[in-house]
Design a protein around this ligand. Sequence first.
Ligand code: FMN
Length: 432
Amino acid sequence: MAFERVLTRNVGRAAARTVRGYRESGGYEALGRALKLDPGEIVEEVKRSGLRGRGGAGFPCGAKWGFVPRGTDRPKYIVCNADESEPGTFKDRLLMEHDPHQLIEGCVIAGRAVAANTTYIYIRGEYTHAARVLEEAIRDAYDQGVLGASVLGSGFRHDVYVHRGAGAYICGEETGMLESLEGKRGQPRVKPPFPAVVGAFGAPTVINNVETLCCVTHILQRGSEWFKSIGTDERNTGPKLYAISGHVERPGTYEYPIGVTFQELLDGCGGMYRGRALKAFIPGGASAPMLTAAESGIRMDFDNLAKAGSMLGSAAVIVMDETTCVVRAALRLARFFAHESCGQCTPCREGTNWMRLVLERIESGHGSEADLDLLARVVPNVGGISLCALGDAAQGPVKSLIEKFGDEIRDNLRNRRYPLPRVPFFDLGAVA
Ligand SMILES: Cc1cc2nc3c(=O)[nH]c(=O)nc-3n(C[C@H](O)[C@H](O)[C@H](O)COP(=O)(O)O)c2cc1C
């Protein structure tokens, strides 16, 4: 499949980590353009591009910027969500480690669009290397006049700070992140008010994912028409990173036009590990309901995945082959969500733990068919009614497990097959 690498064009080009090297590939031209535009025009250009947030929910980026109140002299903030804690997701890390200025440029453009003079990049604590690369790039950007009191001599002030998280998934949820940024326990806030109106330190705040802000840089560089020409349709536009893991020959982060099919993704990373058959795949990180081999022709964009009952989410694609015990896979995720639930609201705190307990009982061989019915009753008491979307995220994989693999699980339960044999991931014999 022929396509141009946009977001990852500087991956492997060490020189791009300096302002000088970044400029060689057209870097900071987009910012120069943005500084000559009226802030409202930047927002309109991003709206026209159809860019939807790459952090999970797929909310239109320009519309979000448009909610920030104008004509107020209160401070405003950009917060870049670099927490990247969704299991299976490792796309933002690549962007930050290899092309930090692409992100910094996007942050300053966003700042200019909503009249914010400060960006906080809230980065996952474990990403020590990415944080160091960013900090060095920010220092260089100050030295070269890209950041500070007069961005590129325009008189517009913008400062960028890196803020490290401390290893909690819930701090990726935008309001949990704001609490953490303010030095408090990372527990999500009740919405509304939304951060665009009452965000960091009570001030209007735009929160965008790393990849979203990197896309902004290219929209301002090459225009919304160009951005819109990539992808499935006008609701699913632009280049997209997919982080592929599991039973494939060459796991990794791959860039494609949004809306590439799952089969094309799979072929692009060398196909199934050792040529085994595909059983299931998670298309958008741990929160996304599973799909089956019969759905492998699906387009990996926001709307097609939603129609299929799943979601693009963080575009972390987890591939499972025929040797996979799907109950064990769902249990692995259920343990994660139960551990990461912040405990603030009852449906999520109790529900995530109940899903974990019932799955543990089935997987260990102590379950019965009634446990599947019990799971099916717990699921709607978690999703849609928790304080933040962690509850929705936690029930997605379990719901799809019952819907797509219910017959297989009942058959295994009736025939007392659990726990299913564990097949080692790597064929160690062949490696030796
Ligand atoms: C439990 C939970 C964890 C999340 N983790 C992340 C994350 O690690 N990175 C991210 O960008 N968005 C994450 N999100 C989504 C953010 O709340 C928010 O929607 C996103 O940062 C907005 O940016 P975007 O519009 O550019 O996608 C998470 C949401 C939830 C409910």
